[in-house]
Design a protein around this ligand. Structure first.
Ligand code: ATP
Ligand code: MG
Length: 284
């Protein structure tokens, strides 16, 4: 049985459960009040915890793996390792100052008081940059600290920056970037390690599927060679004759990121009737 710690409720919870569902792992009514859930079709158990407790729980062997933000892993300094990057809950940890506070360079932070929920990450950053500033640890609503006189500036999570803006703050320096990661311990029992590998294999298949699309198009036979070069696919595209003489149907996969550029080139080379379809799983 593989035990995985996930956030009980917060910004990671929904995406984490969605990822497990995409991996074909189902749970009986994962009610929020519960502390544990057992998968019905994979030897896996989920522990629902606060994200702050996940690194410790994995380091101590209570869970074999956990899903948590890189920022929390860095802050907690526990003996865990990254098993896989998950690509969601992307954010950055930044220094932000009130709009009225002059800021030219990091040296302006000397002698200032900084409010944060991530004192360890901040301390390391200040030391690395030889800045003497006071760290004031608070657990929530960090962004209001300057306006109530608790601190001069803040060090906090930013994603769009709209929370900062509405609190009269401006971001002045990004200290780290973060995304959700799957963590594990170096001393994993063999059976759990095998199950974790299976889980990661499924996660990769789901992640790949999400970043690729299946594409079908019709093309005159004399442009098949050019089109195949634009659409190499997993090995090479499938080419099938159409009932209409001189035409073929070409099937392949393309990266979502390259999509619009590729479509332009295909059209320039005579492609018609282009269909683009989502992929559910993709195994290389
Ligand atoms: P808990 O109650 O479990 O302690 P929390 O309040 O500490 O939850 P959340 O706000 O749910 O934490 O955020 C969890 C993680 O999601 C953060 O540590 C960070 O990695 C990421 N995150 C936080 N805010 C954002 C955001 N605005 N956009 C994207 N990711 C974010
Ligand atoms: Mg937390």
């Amino acid at each position: 049985m593989l035990t995985v710690a996930v956030q009980k409720s917060g910004r990671l919870s929904e995406k984490t459960m969605e990822l497990l569902r995409e991996c074909g792992i189902n749970f009986q009514n994962g009610g929020r009040e519960k502390l544990k859930a057992v998968a019905t079709n994979f030897p896996m158990e989920i522990l629902f915890l606060r994200d702050d407790d996940i690194p410790e729980c994995v380091a101590d062997g209570i869970a074999h793996a956990g899903v948590v933000g890189e920022n929390v892993v860095k802050e907690k300094k526990r003996d865990v390792q990254v098993a896989h990057k998950l690509g969601f809950a992307r954010c950055r940890l930044s220094l932000a100052v009130p709009k009225s506070m002059p800021f030219q360079s990091l040296a302006d932070l000397n002698g200032r008081k900084i409010a944060t929920s991530f004192p360890n990450i901040l301390k390391e950053f200040l030391e690395k940059n030889a800045i003497q500033a006071e760290i004031h640890e608070i657990n929530g609503s960090v962004e209001i600290a300057p306006s109530i006189g608790l601190a001069d500036l803040i060090f906090d999570i930013v994603s769009t920056g709209s929370t900062l803006l509405s609190n009269g703050l401006k971001e002045v320096h990004t200290v780290m970037r973060s995304e959700a990661i799957l963590i594990t311990t170096p001393s994993l029992p063999a059976e759990a390690a095998e199950l974790l590998d299976k889980l990661i294999f499924r996660i990769q298949a789901a992640q790949r599927a999400a970043s690729y699309k299946y594409i079908l198009l019709n093309a005159p036979n004399d442009s098949i060679e050019k089109i195949s070069a634009i659409l190499p696919g997993m090995k090479s595209p499938t080419v099938m004759p159409l009932a209409m003489e001189g035409w073929s149907s070409v099937h392949s996969v393309i990266k979502e990121d390259d999509f619009w550029e590729v479509i332009e080139k295909l059209k320039e080379n005579g492609a018609q009737g282009i269909l683009v379809i989502p992929i559910e799983k993709m195994i290389m």
